[in-house]
Design a protein. Structure first.
Length: 454
């Protein structure tokens, strides 16, 4: 058994963590995870408690669902059973020249659950890769037309405040000033940006002045589209919720309006539902609330309930047929494409998602988050408190007001794991959390917000 000391030093000196240097800041060690709980082994110094230089075990609620993925909790019996069954059958085979029941069943399920009109599925191994594939599909679609003037349609339209992943194509459509990728200006493909979408006032517990109306926003989009449509292949957005780019919510009507405008200007529409998919905002997909079907849709994260890395790109029949009869093959094929273990777990996770939506879990959690986060509204340093489905956000007045370590430690002392960043303290708890557990997560968020410096 490796000692805790050895884990800590190897991790610090040799292992890269997300968005971190090497050697990096201390990380907390996960020793177990069950239901909505993580067991963490933490340096007591981090918690700023009395006992010095000791390691303490903390049993904490995971307010993050491991970055949206573990929506049904850890060691979920249904997902464990699906995993065991598939491991005892076979865990992985290549997908070139071979197929298998877990892949076809999951493809069929995804197409049944997704907005009507999506027709074909490309499986890949992570969200960022699914965005790469979606963009490749969009570009290849236009290249597949005999009218060569359409081959100039190679740029992407998006809006500021988005997040689509960390490989180079997704980076090009992330918020250009959001901080994550500013180092790469001049390297990543220049794309066309609309302003940040106006906030959905109804999600805010203390709505500010109206930023701009949907009508004004769409008029601006129309102007950009009329000028640039000749070079635009697709518009890529996160519908209803902008996640890691700023945890902002906008109205479904805006998404619907923008989709209609794009269609009118011959620009394809890509929905990145990697974060919003599988019931997080209340409907199975955010697209359902928008009452529209994109040409291409990316799903990931909760697709396997956080068990394995997997994502999928869904496309309309028009996309699939135009590419296949025009330029022919879609030249993409990740080694672990349609991994059988991931597909089998994904199939089971889809059934859990359907049940969670039928039971109204996101609506229940939304109600409890609104109740529990109200206490943050009047704290010094808090700029906004907002809730959409099973997502709760406390935004501080500026990044300078948030000491991430102090906020994280305050939440841990309340028994809650959060990962605040920039000016944001937020949660997207597992759907299996009880009302009392959501109340605890809210107490953790409020305690984190109380560390704000103003
Ligand atoms: C997380 C995320 C991605 C990237 O997915 P990875 O699996 O981390 O590559 C892309 N888009 C959205 C909206 C996400 O939330």
């Amino acid at each position: 058994m490796t000692s805790v000391d050895a884990i800590v030093t190897t991790d610090r000196d040799h292992v890269w963590h997300p968005y971190s240097p090497v050697p990096g800041p201390p990380q907390h060690i996960v020793t177990a995870a069950e239901g909505p709980y993580l067991t963490l082994n933490i340096d007591s110094g981090f918690l700023q408690e009395e006992t010095q230089n000791a390691r303490v075990d903390c049993h904490v609620l995971d307010g993050m669902s491991s970055w949206w993925a573990a929506a049904y909790g850890y060691r979920n019996p249904t997902l464990d059973a699906a995993a065991h069954h598939q491991i005892d059958t076979f865990s992985h085979v290549m997908f070139g020249g071979l197929t298998h029941e877990p892949a076809t069943t999951l493809a069929h399920t995804l197409l049944t659950l997704a907005p009507a009109g999506l027709h074909s599925v490309f499986f890949c191994d992570s969200g960022s890769v699914s965005v790469e594939v979606a963009v490749k599909m969009a570009l290849q679609y236009w290249r597949s037309h005999t009218d060569t003037s359409l081959h100039r349609k190679t740029q992407l339209l998006t809006w500021r405040g988005g997040y689509h992943g960390d490989t180079f194509t997704p980076m090009s459509v992330c918020d250009p000033e959001g901080g994550m990728h500013t180092l790469w200006q001049g390297i990543v493909q220049p794309q066309v940006f609309l302003p940040v979408p106006p906030a959905d006032q109804e999600t805010s517990l203390r709505p500010g002045p109206l930023e701009s109306s949907i009508g004004e926003y769409l008029a601006e989009a129309e102007r950009v589209l009329s000028q640039r449509a000749g070079t635009l292949a697709a518009c890529i957005i996160e519908p209803v919720v902008q996640g890691a780019g700023g945890m902002r919510f906008h109205q479904p009507e805006l998404v619907r309006g923008l989709t209609e405008l794009c269609r009118r200007h011959q620009v394809l529409v890509i929905f990145d539902e990697i974060a919003t998919g599988f019931g997080r905002t209340g409907t199975l997909f955010a697209a359902d609330a928008c009452r529209c079907t994109p040409d291409i849709m990316c799903v990931g994260k909760a697709l396997t309930g956080g068990y394995l890395t997997a994502a999928a790109v869904l496309a309309t029949r028009d996309i699939a047929e135009t590419i296949s009869t025009g330029t022919g093959a879609l030249m993409h094929g990740p080694t672990f494409m349609a991994n059988p273990l991931a597909c089998a777990i994904g199939q089971a996770a889809c059934s859990l998602a359907v049940t969670a939506v039928e039971e109204g879990q996101a609506a229940r959690i939304e109600r409890e988050l609104r109740r529990g986060l109200a206490a943050a509204c009047d704290l010094p340093g808090v700029a906004d408190v907002r809730v959409k489905g099973a997502i709760g956000v406390i935004q501080l007045v500026s990044p300078a007001a948030l000491n991430c370590d102090a906020a994280t430690a305050a939440a841990l002392r309340e028994g809650v794991w959060l990962r605040p960043f920039r000016d944001l303290i937020y949660c997207m708890p597992p759907f299996i959390c009880s009302d009392e557990q959501i109340a605890t997560i809210c107490r953790g968020m409020v305690a984190a917000a109380q560390t704000a410096t103003v």
